[in-house]
Every structure is written in C-alpha cells, then in structure tokens.
Design a protein around this ligand. Structure first.
Ligand code: ATP
Ligand code: LTN
Length: 357
C-alpha cells in the first residue's frame, strides 16, 4: 500500500507539458564532415568555403554544422587520432570563418539522438538500398576483412543527421548526391507510413569545385584517406610543402592551359582550384594564361593557395588550445539537443513506441 506521501509523489510526477518555445527561423541548413583525417584543400573548396559563403548570404536560415564522429568509426580509426581530429576540425571550421553567432557548431556524438534516429532510419531503409550505394561499394573493396556493418548502414545515419533538424538545404560535394537522394526517399517513405514528420531536403552543390581531384592522379578525388601525401594538400600543411605539391602536380604534355576534364584532367583540376580560390571564372583564368607555360601558371597558383591557407592556419592556432572553442561546441550541442530530443519524441510517438502520453 503506498503511503499518503508516496501517493502525493506519484501525483507530482504528472507535470503539465510546459515547453520552452524554439525560436523558429524559416529555413535550416545541415552539413557535416567526418573526422577521419586532417582536412584537405578539397574539403575546404567543396565544403568549408561553401558553408561560410552560405552563412553570410542566406537570410532567415539557421545553420547546423557538425563533426560527424559517429561516421568516423565505420572504418577502423585510432582512438587518439580520432580525438585529435575532432578538435582540430572544430578549430579549422572556425578558422575558415564560421561564425558561432550564426552557426550551431557541434560534435555529433554529443547529441545522442543522432544514433537513435539513425536506428529508426535503418528500420525505414531496405538492405538493397544500402548495398547499392557506390561509396559503400568502393570502400568495401578497399578493405579485405573486418568490414563493419555500419559501413553499409551509414547512409541511414546520414539521413538521420539531416532529417533530425528538418533541414531544407544540405550543402555537399557531388560524391554525396546518392546519399541525399536516399535521405529524400526515406523521408517520403516515413511520412507516407506514419504521417508528415520530416521535411524532404534539397541538396546544394557548389558551382565550381564540387570535386577537387588528387594532384598525383587527377582522375580520382582528392582524399584525406589517400596513402600518398603528395596527392592532397592539407589545410595545415607547411606552406613550403604546399607550394611544392602544386608545382609537382601531374599535368599533360601539350602545355596548353585549357579546361577539358576528359583530355586534360590535371590542368583542369588546377584551373578549378585557381578559380575557386580567386572567384575568377575558369574562362577568365584561361584567358589570363593564354600562351603562358604550365610552370608559370603553377607558380602563381602555388602562391594563391599559400595565401589562402596562411590566414586559416593563423586563426587555427588561435583556437586550438583556447577554452572558447569548448564554449562554442557546448553552445552548439545544447541547441542541437533541444531540437533533436523533441524530434525523437515526435518520431517515437508517430511510430507507437514507448508509452502513450
Ligand atoms: P573520407 O575520405 O574519409 O571519405 P571525405 O573527405 O570524402 O572523407 P568528408 O570529410 O566527410 O569526406 O567530406 C566533407 C565534405 O567535403 C563533403 O561535403 C565532401 O563532399 C567534401 N569533399 C571531400 N573531398 C572533396 C573534394 N576532393 N572535392 C570537393 N569536395 C570534397
Ligand atoms: N557522409 C558525409 C558526411 C556527413 C554529412 C551528414 C554531410 C555525415 N552526415 C549530413 C551532410 C549532411 C561525407 O562522407 N562527406
């Protein structure tokens, strides 16, 4: 038999459902980067530079940008390295110009709801859909054994990252197009099954620089996971090394500075980098270097890249050991958690999970 006191306590448990209103902006933008290594010039041109541009240009839009550490464990990674990468990427985001007053910057694993909604998305997606993803097929081939289940299911987690915040806009490189398509399919499927719950997102792809290629093999993406350091430029590379990497980038032998991805992938890639960093169109750059040698063009590009990286590196060192970095990440996680926890509550309710409230 409960005592009177216990009965009182039980009554008290049923609290009125008071909710703090979430200030609503008209649109939401979501994107993430995996902390699988240090960031490259490809990440900068294809992602970070775009985020900063969007933050400055988009009105009435709230940005959620996160470090996708849950995605980083889909392939083996050293614990200390992961830890270092997470902090370093956060500092780089800020060093590249992300403004914590405009952007919610956070670490994905600090908002547990991502994993929860990821599971819900796994329970929405079909195995065939996962197996069809080209990135999965590519990455699976690179590993001979110990392929983790999450490598295959990871697009479900990516869908969760996006749908959690009702993102309208998702800026991504073109290698992520297929994952975004899947996200849209899953949102529609869930909405059809359980009623309107998720916003169906749109991709946003940069006009130039959606895919920066390797400097040693311009038919492949510049990738921080490549084993040859000459193939990529890291944002924190020593500037002398940066210049050398540009100067020794693979090009063809006919010495005409012309954009032609099929016939001249190397010089086309360098033209893309040039155009992205200077905001000059590729046509303008071609005109400027008409009749000039590859080595003259590369020497100028080496300086342009070094000049772009210098201020980023300076700001990076301001942030990396600064407690302000933790404050910014705490603030971002708090705001993300508020929205995410409500979304999970809504999703579970729609699905008939837990108790009726
Ligand atoms: P991984 O090699 O571990 O798969 P990744 O660099 O492909 O790493 P992320 O770090 O998560 O993957 O990429 C973050 C963002 O940077 C994505 O939007 C991706 O499309 C973009 N990006 C990555 N590499 C390039 C590149 N070479 N050119 C343009 N954009 C890129
Ligand atoms: N899968 C992406 C990183 C990523 C992401 C996201 C991008 C994880 N979650 C949500 C945009 C939105 C990649 O490998 N580049």
């Amino acid at each position: 038999m409960p005592t009177l006191n216990q009965k009182e306590k039980l009554k008290k448990v049923k609290q009125p459902d008071v909710k703090i209103p979430i200030p609503v902006k008209q649109k939401r933008l979501v994107s993430g980067i995996k902390p699988t290594g240090q960031l490259t010039l490809g990440n900068y041109i294809g992602a970070l530079k775009q985020f900063v541009k969007l933050q400055d240009e988009m009105e009435n839009t709230e940005l959620f940008i996160f470090i996708a550490d849950l995605h980083a464990i889909t392939t083996p990674i050293d614990k200390q390295e992961l830890k270092k990468n997470i902090r370093s990427i956060a500092a780089i985001y800020l060093a590249c110009g992300l403004d914590p007053d405009k952007v919610n910057l956070f670490i994905q694993s600090e908002v547990n709801e991502h994993a929860v909604l990821g599971y819900v998305m796994e329970s929405t997606a079909y195995i065939g859909e996962m197996e069809r993803m080209t990135q999965y097929k590519d990455k699976k081939q690179k590993q001979t054994e110990g392929i983790r289940t999450s490598l295959m299911t990871y697009p479900a987690l990516m869908a969760a990252d996006i749908l959690m915040y009702d993102a309208n806009i998702v800026p991504i490189g073109d290698d992520q197009k297929q994952h975004l398509e899947l996200t849209r399919d899953l949102a529609i499927r869930f909405n059809n099954t359980y009623g309107e719950t998720f916003v169906v997102p749109e991709g946003f792809f940069p006009e130039t620089g959606a895919r920066i290629m390797s400097l040693t093999d311009p038919t492949k993406k510049m990738d921080k996971s490549n084993e040859n350091p000459k193939s990529y430029i890291l944002l924190l590379d020593d500037l002398a090394a940066v210049r050398n990497k540009i100067k020794s980038a693979v090009t063809d032998s006919d010495a005409i500075i012309k954009y032609d991805v099929k016939k001249k992938p190397g010089i086309s890639n360098l033209l893309t980098i040039y155009s992205s960093l200077t905001n000059e169109t590729i046509k303008e750059v071609e005109k400027k270097y008409k009749g000039k040698s590859y080595s003259a063009f590369k020497a100028d590009l080496a300086e342009i890249v070094a000049d772009s990286l210098r201020p980023i590196q300076q700001m990076y060192f301001e942030y990396i050991n600064n407690p302000r970095l933790d404050e910014i990440l705490d603030q971002g996680a708090e705001r993300a958690k508020l929205i995410a926890s409500r979304k999970i509550e809504k999703v579970f309710k729609r699905m008939g999970m837990g108790r009726v409230r």
